[in-house]
Design a protein around this ligand. Sequence first.
Ligand SMILES: N[C@](CCCC[B-](O)(O)O)(CCN1CCC(O)CC1)C(=O)O
Ligand SMILES: [Mn+2]
Ligand SMILES: [Mn+2]
Ligand SMILES: [Mn+2]
Length: 304
Amino acid sequence: SKVGILGIPFSKGQPKGGAEMGPEILRRAGLVSRIKRFDYQVVDHGDIEIESIPGDKPDGNVKNPRSVGRANKKISDKVASIVKSKELCLNLGGDHSIAIGSIHGHCRAEPGLVVVWVDAHADINTPLSSPSGNMHGMPLSLLVKELADRFSPVEGFDWCKPCIHVRDIVYIGLRDVDEGERWIIDQFGIPAYSMQEIDKMGIKEVMHHALKNLDPNGTRPIHLSFDVDGLDPTITPSTGTPVLGGLNIREGQYIMEELANTGRLSAIDIVEVNPLLGSEKDNMVTAETTISVIEKCFGSKRGG
Ligand SMILES: N[C@](CCCC[B-](O)(O)O)(CCN1CCC(O)CC1)C(=O)O
Ligand SMILES: [Mn+2]
Ligand SMILES: [Mn+2]
Ligand SMILES: [Mn+2]
């Protein structure tokens, strides 16, 4: 089977320069050759061309709306074509706003998909509830049908029609959820396994219940959106919004092994690696941790 790799050097969904260097650091750390070890043929699509849009003034409190919108339209088109050509689409971010285009594009090719969101954050603030105006904290709010009438369309997103339901999402690793996000999660009953549930139930039970709730018949394609800040900042220090008390590397690896076992992984985002926010050592630790977790999606077995 084939993996299509797409670099997305984009960072306008948040204010810290360097997130656009994520693809480069992951490639340099040997991600592609690690994936090639398992029986996957790797198609490297290179990096998406990111246009800079001068004078991209906020839309309400939403920052860089046109830049984020333009980039994500391109991402959607590219991801749709990669998935349609039967490649497992591996998107290297870039900040988490790239998930708007990656999930939108994935839905165009696989309309019945479900979303596994591994993250310290819920990333479902609407433009009105966001405390920062940074779009990397909003991707899911632009994608779920149930929130479409809660805010007016964001400048640059007229192409983006919501394509998933709240019940098609499961959260793993939450530990920093804003008030407005908490309200949405409770109001719509979005399954959410925070670090508290993970400590209470253990990662085995969490994965069992998460996948069972999400897709009882085990038939639907899976979109994994993996924010490296879902892992503990001691093992992924080079990231923009670190939060203490995260997933350890074995929990991360177990999550990916269980997803690989479904055989239904169809697209993966790896986001929020920012090499400008750490030392050389921090960057090496972050890249190696990320690769050793992500490679379990591709059949790497700890038992050999
Ligand atoms: N929820 C935050 C963070 C989003 C992180 C996006 B990512 O893709 O990395 O998951 C705001 C978080 N907030 C920042 C200030 C703190 O005092 C409280 C938490 C937001 O800006 O929406
Ligand atoms: Mn996060
Ligand atoms: Mn049980
Ligand atoms: Mn995120």
